[in-house]
Write a protein that binds this ligand. Structure first.
Ligand code: PGA
Length: 246
């Protein structure tokens, strides 16, 4: 039997107070999907209201700082995120690695701070199109994992998300064989890093997941759920993806 699936929505820099109506619809649908873990990662500005309104859903932030406090203008600590109701945080998303020049060692520091402070860390990795075309996808992702994974972890506190950069927001996805090969390689790396514990750490696929391809992607071995961007913004798209994970 596979691991319990996790479907997480990454709203990125989208959504306002009116979007909380989508959270209501997701929470309603969740009553029929008790066998799946569901999380929404809206902009931080919405987490507290969302958590008060629909406490049955899990909420995540899209980034955190590795320090507990201090002179880091514009940044948010793990404790701050927990205080507003987050239980997860995405770290190392490719948009932060490119827009904000985040390195794998920073991502590792964030993941370790998250886990130490009581947030489950979703560590993102993924190759660019040029890296895949050059035949280096698995090596690139493996190196990102070496640099980004926390020194110790347990299945409740660490999730890995494989998101090929060229599949994010493009409508394109890798073939089933490519996803299976990459997830298999990530699983091997998790077992090499954490021993048997690595068998139970969930590996999400992300990049143009939508209602029409979600079931197929999540049926691939070692795909333990999905990290969904654009299709998580509206319950009418996100809910069928959750149902595909049942
Ligand atoms: P997408 O984004 O589903 O819009 O491709 C995925 C992500 O960046 O997490």
């Amino acid at each position: 039997m596979g691991l319990r699936k996790l479907v997480a929505g990454n709203w990125k820099m989208n959504g306002d107070m009116a979007s909380l109506a989508e959270i209501d619809s997701i929470a309603r649908a969740l009553q029929m999907a008790a066998s799946v873990d569901v999380a929404v990662c809206p902009p931080v500005t919405l987490i507290k209201d969302a958590a008060n309104r629909q406490p049955g859903l899990a909420y995540g932030a899209q980034d955190c700082h590795w320090d507990g406090a201090g002179a880091h203008t514009g940044c948010l600590s793990v404790a701050m995120l927990r205080e507003i109701g987050a239980t997860l945080v995405i770290v190392g998303h490719s948009e932060r690695r490119s827009d904000n020049h985040e390195t794998s060692s920073e991502v590792k520091a964030k993941a370790e701070a998250a886990i130490a402070g009581g947030l489950c860390a979703i560590v993102c990795v993924g190759e660019t199109e040029a890296e895949r075309d050059a035949g280096n996808a698995i090596d690139v992702v493996s190196a990102q994992l070496d640099g980004s994974l926390p020194d110790s972890a347990t299945p409740n506190w660490l999730v890995v998300a494989y998101e090929p950069v060229w599949a994010i927001g493009t409508g394109r996805t890798p073939t089933g064989e490519d996803v299976a090969a990459m997830h298999g390689a990530i699983r091997k790396k998790l077992v090499a890093t954490y021993g048997d514990t690595g068998k139970s750490i969930r590996i999400l696929y992300g990049g143009s997941v939508k209602p029409s391809n979600a079931a197929e992607l999540m049926a691939i071995p070692d795909v333990d759920g999905a990290l969904v961007g654009g299709a998580s913004l509206r319950a009418q798209d996100f809910v069928p993806i959750i149902m595909a994970a049942i």
